[in-house]
Structures are given as C-alpha cells and as structure tokens.
Design a protein around this ligand. Sequence first.
Ligand code: KG4
Length: 358
Amino acid sequence: MDSIILAIESSCDDTSAAVIKNGLLMSNVIASQKVHEEFGGVVPELASRAHQQNILPVVDTALSKAGITANDLSAIAFTRGPGLLGSLLVGTSFAKGMALALRIPLVEVNHLQGHIMAHFVEPSAELVAATPRLQGVQIRHPEMPFLCLLVSGGNSQIVKVEAYNRMQIIGQTIDDAAGEAFDKCAKVLGLPYPGGPWIDKLAKEGNADVYPLAKPNMQGYDYSFSGLKTSFLYTLRDLMHAHQADNVDALAEQIPHLREDLCASLQQTIIDILLKKLKKAAQDLHITRIAVAGGVSANSALRDAMVALGKKQGWEVFIPPFSFTTDNAAMIAQAGYYKFMDRDWCPIDAAPYAKTTI
Ligand code: KG4
C-alpha cells in the first residue's frame, strides 16, 4: 500500500503544503506573505491572519499538483514548533481537523529538525520536470553522523545529526540569530524585509574590508550576534555624524558604494563568525561530513565559503537546493515520512510550542 503524506508548515510567515508519496516529494507549494514588508519584520498577528487566508488554497494546490485527493492520504504531518504561536496554531488546527475528518494519523514535526531533513528530500521526476528551479540540481544526502550548521531567521546552531530523530545541539546563539542580524542591519540601511537576500545581492558589488565590524569572543561553540548589530549601527551613526548627513540616503550620496561596502563587510563578518565555530566543532568532534541548512543557507557567499573551507579541511560539504533552504513543507514532509514509517504518531491534543530545542 502507498504511504502518502500531506505536510503543513506555518511556523512563521510562509504558508506551505507538500505531498510525499513513498518517500518521493510530489509537490511543494509556498505562499509567502508580502504584508510584512512595509513593517520591516514579521508582525505576528498579521502572519496568523494571512495563514488563515492562505492555508486552504495552498493545501488544495499541493494535493492537485501531486495528482491526488484528500481521500488518498495516509497521514497528515505538521510543524508543531518552534515558531510564532499564532502562526503555528493555524497549521496545527488545520492538520488536526483534516486528520480527524479523514480518520488518519497525525505526525508532529520539529521545525528545526525539518530544516536539517531538507538534505534528504528526493523530488519525483514529475516534480522536477514541472519545476525549473529543481532541474539540473544534484541532491546529495549526507551519511550519518554529520554536523549541520543550522542558520535561519530565528536560530543559529551547530547540530550533530546521528539519525533523523537523534540530534544534539553542540552550540547555539545566546542572543540573536544570524538571519536576524542580516534582517535588522538591512532595515537600518532602508532595505526591504527580509533583508538577507538584499544584503547578499548588494554585497556582490562591495568591498568587505572597508568597514571592520566587531566579532564576539564566545566560549565553546556558541554564537552571539547582538554585538555585531550594535557595531553596524554605530558605524553608520558615526559616518552620518562625520558627514553631517541626516539619513542613510543623504550619506550614500556622499560616500560612493556605501550600502554595497557595508553589506559586504557585514556579510563577511557573519560568515567568519559562523565558520570559525563550525571549523572548531568539526575538528574537536572529528566529523568531516558538514552540512548547512535554514534560510541563511541561501546566502551565496556563505555557500561559497563553506565549499572553500571544506576543500581546505578535507570536508565533504552538503548544501541544500535553494528551493529547500527557506521555510517550506517539503522538509516537513520528509521528516514526517520517517516518523510515519516508524509509527511515531502524535495525539490529537498535541499543542503547538513557540520555543524548544531540537
Ligand atoms: O528558514 P527561514 O525561512 O525562516 C526561519 O525559520 O527563520 O529563514 C529566514 C531567514 C531571514 O532572516 C532571511 O533574511 C534569511 O533567512 N535569508 C538570507 C538569504 N535568504 C534568506 N540571508 C542571507 N542571504 C540570503 N540569500
């Protein structure tokens, strides 16, 4: 009998649904919310409302793209947490309602474990044929154990992955996540939300040596990005003061390549911070299979830097396809599929959680 699972992801500001059939991804539909752009960050209440509007059409499209109906489903997987509680409630309630109506099992997935499981997604030939972004993309699955640098808008962690359901956090941020540093600094520069992709783009035209920024001095494998944010803000403030400029636009008229050089400097500093600890963890734990996951893993300079460091260190480096870096239900479907096959189902009263470790 086929195992067909519908997965639902609604932890932050992307409503996504995916279908996985016997371990092959059949569809992955994502509705991103534009409503937050004008606020420079995700507004939780608006996110929940937008999820409510999006979830039905997103699920419907995921089912029809997979060529199935709800009656074909074997189980529903959903992101239980961590994330914004109001957002998670929409996906969780929808998943429960559907599982109850169809009398099929419910499978809960930890969002962070999902990001790591993005490395194991295997799109079907039909999905690849219908998705230009997946064509020609070689997907390599890391053998266990491996180390994963998990970097997103809400998390920055180094995780030792021993099995799909056995992961250990080796180090993590004590304050902001790397994605948050990208987004908040982008906001200061007057760039739209989310700022990470904008910084990635502008940094390509900039010089990373122009503005030295503060790096934390943390023990062990932990990260900190709050000092870097402050250092970025003060650099800009001092420049504005020195040039008697009232705002960033006025300053940019006086200093050529201001935004580009600031973006390049910030991006390089974030990458240096991330990779220094990753290198130390890999050396100390004697692990040479190294992966990256989460929204920030879409950053082109981080991807290049990981490949370059991997060559020097003798690592086998695993970088996920762009489609599975930022929040998506394909990764939830993959994690959900493994749990379903292990009959690791969850009770109907499982409540979402905002915070958790892996
Ligand atoms: O994984 P994700 O979609 O959501 C969370 O689970 O947090 O990650 C979103 C984060 C945002 O901070 C966004 O700015 C960042 O990923 N991001 C990037 C890039 N694309 C997305 N950061 C740097 N460079 C990028 N190209």
